[in-house]
Every structure is written in C-alpha cells, then in structure tokens.
Design a protein around this ligand. Sequence first.
Ligand SMILES: CCC[C@H](NC(=O)CCC(=O)O)C(=O)O
Ligand SMILES: NC(=O)OP(=O)(O)O
Length: 312
Amino acid sequence: MKQFTSIHDVDNVEALIEKALFFKQNPIHSYLGERKVLGMVFFNPSLRTRMSTQKAAYNLGMDVIALNAGADGWAIETKDGVIMDGDKPEHINEAVQIMSSYCDLLAVRTFAGLQNRLADYSEAILTKFIQLSKVPVLSLESATLHPLQSLTDMMTIKELGIKKPKVVLTWAPHPKALPQAVPNSFLQWVTKSDAEVVVTHPEGYELDIQFSQDCKIEYDQNKAFEGADIVYAKNWSSYSAYGHILSTDRSWTVTKEKMALTNNASFMHCLPLRRNMIATDEVVNNSVVINQAGNRVWAAQAVLNEMLNYEK
Ligand SMILES: CCC[C@H](NC(=O)CCC(=O)O)C(=O)O
Ligand SMILES: NC(=O)OP(=O)(O)O
C-alpha cells in the first residue's frame, strides 16, 4: 500500500479488516518496523489518532516523531506564490521534503478549512504532501475523509457479527461547524459492505453525492431509527451551504427513547463526543464507543504493516 488516504488505496478491504482483528489478538506480531521512523504532522488537535497510531507503530518496532504544526513546529504556509510576510515562517514545499527525508512513513492530519469547498474537496494540502513526500503518506484525517477511523468502524461492526445489519448514520447538533470528513469516509466504507445504509439529517445537510449515492436518505430521524442494528452519530456542517451551521435543533440529540425505536442497536461515534448534544449520557454510557476507540490501534497497525510491507 503506497499511501492510505481513502478506501481506494486498499486492494482488499476484507483482508485489511481481518488483519486488524488478527493484530488485536496478536499485538506484537513482528518487528517489521524495526529501525524505521513514522513521522506524524498535526495541523489540528488529536487524542485517539495520535496515541493509537503511535502505539501501533511501537507494536511494529517503529520509532515515532510527532509535530504539531504552528505549536511546537513552525506555522506552515500551504499556498504557493504568496509573499511570506505574515505569521507563517515555513513553506510546505520545504517542510514536507525535509520531514520525509527524516522518516520512512509520513502521516498528516489536515482538517477542512470550511471556507472554500473547492480547495477542501480538491484535498489541496494532502495532495501536496503526497506530491512532495519522498516516502509513503498516511492520512490522519484530511479535509474530506478519515480512513483510519473508517477502517476502525468497519472492524468494530465486524466484531458485532450482525449479517446484513441496518446501519443508520445520524446527524446530531453541535455548537461548532465541523468537517464532513468522518461521515463522508464512513459512508465510503460502509456502503461497500453488506449493510443496509440509511443516512438521516435535517434538510440542507445532504453530503456530497459521491459518498451518499449508495444509501437511503431519510429526513425523519425516528423513521430512520426503526429496526436499526447500528446507530452511528456524528455532527457535520452543511456541504451545500458550505461550512455553515443550519441547525442546532436538540431534538436530533440521540436519546434512550430514540434508541428504543431500534433493534437493540449498538451506538457508535468516532469521538470526541459532545455529551448531551450528540447523545445523552445514558446513550453514551451504554454504547460501544470505548471498544470502537480501542480498535483504532489495531486498524492503524494493519495499515502501517501494509505500508511497511510495500516499502520492503
Ligand atoms: C475525529 C473527529 C475530528 C473532528 N472533530 C472535531 O473537530 C470536534 C471538535 C469539537 O467538538 O469541538 C471532526 O469532526 O472531523
Ligand atoms: N476519532 C478521532 O480521530 O479522534 P481524535 O480526533 O482524538 O484523533
């Protein structure tokens, strides 16, 4: 696997999920990564992605160098042709070439700016990393996708062992404008499985058709929840009114009463989760989100293993 930025970089999704499940049972399986360095660059905060990917690298014998651009690392100018007289001393052209000369694999988190849909959906910054890096690139969530989270989600769904599950992706209210990366990515992966997929959200929150084309859109959340085996909640800002919050309607918060409409569904969320906005305490406390977050290590380990094998 030369790069891991979306499902399209994966030759065999089922095999990758099985590999992640294998590593969960056999964490220290090989030192394939011995004497290799994983570089991780964060343009945005993280808890799970940073710690789980670092743990996964250690399980494979790798060393890790992590950098928070603009915090412990210089702020990085990502636009070309600008006069750099502002608050960004480092240009991405030098930064990526140099970082990739220090590392064997380069991972980057670069969220959507939510200002310019064309720039975000062209994945301008991730593309620059791929073009400039001398080593394979791994996405830690880009402007439009979060592949490590989606592989984790599919592994977690596999563990639930439900044949042809009804999976509902539900929008939920949030005080900030959030990217569409997690829902886009979840739909990209889950619609390739045997699941029946329904996405439910208020009008105006339709996701890019390239991700939602293979699922049913239901504007009535209660109707969507009927008979669901899995409820995956997430907030996202509007794609059509790009980056805008069109609703903070708390009637979309997932409650025990809504979960009672389902077929005893498992509640999933990528975290971090705004309690009593996305879902009530009771729903979160009786969910699978901790196992789901724990699976991030094994998903990352399966991907790093594939990328190191490619390198060999
Ligand atoms: C894995 C999720 C990362 C990110 N989440 C947030 O930015 C949440 C921030 C907040 O709740 O203030 C997102 O929605 O893409
Ligand atoms: N789910 C996820 O990616 O969490 P972090 O933003 O904490 O890495």
